[in-house]
Design a protein around this ligand. Structure first.
Ligand SMILES: Nc1ncnc2c1ncn2[C@@H]1O[C@H](COP(=O)(O)OP(=O)(O)OP(=O)(O)O)[C@@H](O)[C@H]1O
Length: 471
């Protein structure tokens, strides 16, 4: 019932034709699948039994486990979104939905024949989001194809384009919080959109912060020679980006809460309330919840800021983005003729640690490009002395993170065979994801035969059968 292929994908892995992968969980629902195919076709959605980036799985209420296996396997092979369509006139039981969602279904709906509006509404939204992700404003600025990054981007783009909700961006320094805030502003569809106003809360002093945020009237305080607009007013019909919001002075938080909640504020020294309408995006590298717990940040304000919370992955969790990002920075610096990296330089970039995340990678690549001479590829000699690897700076893959994962497994009583198998399965999953479901390329990269890879994947899927380790 499941035949998959990766055709129809462009370089970013996004399907260029609007064909939907359609599968059914058991022979019993083949006829319903047929009528769903027709209904979808009437709404302009063609379907195929072969893979795509989005799919629909049709199941009878008794097929939950078969459907869950189908969905998990599709997700592993690179299908980004799967809608589970349960053939029932009743509501889908919550337990069924949770099982399907936990195996990777994006959504679960009930359908009992007839119009497919509920299904099509979801497919149209997905298509709109995928179209946005292909826009140059996203492709050319928010570089990265790793699953962690694309999953995040997909959610951010959806919230940015289809809501005016406030967003809280959490992440280590240099992970791209400001870049995402700019993207959210660029994707905002409000016609009257004005500007993006950036306020760095680390630079707000208690005395001047009120004026910076709310503006002031002439003569409001010594030195206020003329009236001045503040960030809340400047951001009207635009976006207000508060960087390092955890540093917002406690004395300002009540006023700030009012401005965010009511969208009204009074300039310093003024009597009249002013209205403002903006999208609020905040960022912090701190644990804001912990600040709330210890009383450094107001709980009510936190909940106002964090309608949506997104965690940006550090670069070490998206290592497959290192080279695409590095090449992107080279193109920015040498747009006319971007030189390629020698394989040895690529290896150096991949093995290094980046505590400063993408900012550190960008600075490193900038130094390399500054030193690169001539028209040929960038060679190891272009790496500045300060950046050259001393043994302790290179990342041994068997580092403390692997050690602590194994330590954890040992504490749980996991045996050597299971640990080895677990490590193999993680490696297989990562490479299959990287190769976007192309099993031949994945096998080559892993240094095993196609058959061995298939066996391992089969065994991982069905651990209960206790198949012997094939590789
Ligand atoms: N996905 C990306 N694609 C291209 N460039 C990126 C990406 N993410 C971050 N950058 C670049 O990395 C640098 C750091 O990003 P940014 O300033 O957005 O990080 P940040 O999380 O806001 O950092 P901080 O917390 O220190 O303010 C910027 O030059 C930005 O353009």
């Amino acid at each position: 019932m499941l035949a998959r292929s990766r055709e129809g994908s462009d370089s970013s892995g996004v399907t260029t034709r609007p064909t939907l992968w359609l599968a059914h969980a058991s022979a019993g629902c083949a006829r319903d699948r047929q009528s769903l195919t027709q209904e979808l076709a009437a709404c302009g959605w063609s379907t195929s039994a072969e893979g795509g980036t989005a799919g629909v799985v049709v199941l009878a209420p008794s097929d939950v486990h078969a459907a869950a296996t189908l969905i998990a396997s599709a997700r592993q092979d690179g299908t980004e979104r799967v809608l589970a369509v349960v053939l029932t006139q009743a509501q889908v039981p919550a337990e069924t939905s949770w099982v399907l969602l936990s195996e990777g279904a994006t959504d679960v709906v009930a359908w009992s024949g007839g119009p497919v509006d509920v299904i099509v509404a979801r497919l149209e939204r997905w298509r709109a989001v995928e179209a946005l992700l292909r826009q140059p404003v996203v492709q050319d600025t928010a570089v990265g194809h790793s699953p962690a990054w694309t999953a995040l981007l997909r959610q951010v783009v959806e919230v940015a384009a289809f809501t005016d909700a406030s967003m809280l961006l959490l992440g280590e320094s240099g992970t791209g919080k400001e870049l995402l805030a700019r993207l959210v502003h660029a994707l905002d569809t409000r016609m009257s959109k004005r500007e993006l106003v950036v306020v760095d809360c680390t630079t707000l002093s208690s005395e001047l912060a009120g004026s910076e945020l709310f503006g002031h009237e002439r003569g409001a305080f010594t030195g206020a020679a003329s009236q001045r607009e503040g960030a809340f007013s400047l951001a009207n019909d635009g976006t207000l980006f508060l960087d390092e919001v955890g540093e917002l002075p406690a004395s300002l938080q009540p006023q700030f809460l009012r401005a965010v909640q009511e969208r009204t504020f009074k300039p310093v020294g003024g009597n009249a309330w002013q209205r403002t309408r903006f999208r609020l995006v905040c960022a912090t590298h701190r644990d804001l919840r912990e600040q709330v717990r210890t009383g450094g940040f107001r709980n009510d304000l936190y909940h106002r800021l964090a309608s949506w919370t997104f965690r940006l992955p550090p670069l070490r969790e998206r290592a497959q983005d290192i080279l695409p990002l590095a090449r992107h920075f080279v193109r920015e610096l040498r747009p006319e003729a971007p030189p390629p990296f020698d394989p040895a330089v690529e290896d150096f970039l991949l093995r290094r640690d980046y505590p400063g995340n993408i900012r550190e990678l960008r600075q490193l690549v900038t130094r390399i490009v500054h030193r690169h001479i001539g028209a040929g590829p960038i060679t190891l000699g272009a790496i500045a002395e300060q950046d050259r690897p001393m043994e302790r700076r290179m990342t041994d893959w068997r580092d403390h993170r692997l050690e602590s994962a194994i330590q954890h497994a040992l504490v749980l009583g996991v045996g050597l065979k299971e640990i080895g198998r677990g490590a193999t399965d993680v490696a297989v999953r990562l490479v299959v994801e990287q190769e976007r479901g192309n099993l031949q390329r994945a096998a080559r990269k892993l240094g095993v035969t196609d058959r061995a890879l298939q066996l391992r994947r089969g065994a991982a899927r069905d651990k209960a059968d206790g198949l012997d380790e094939p590789m």
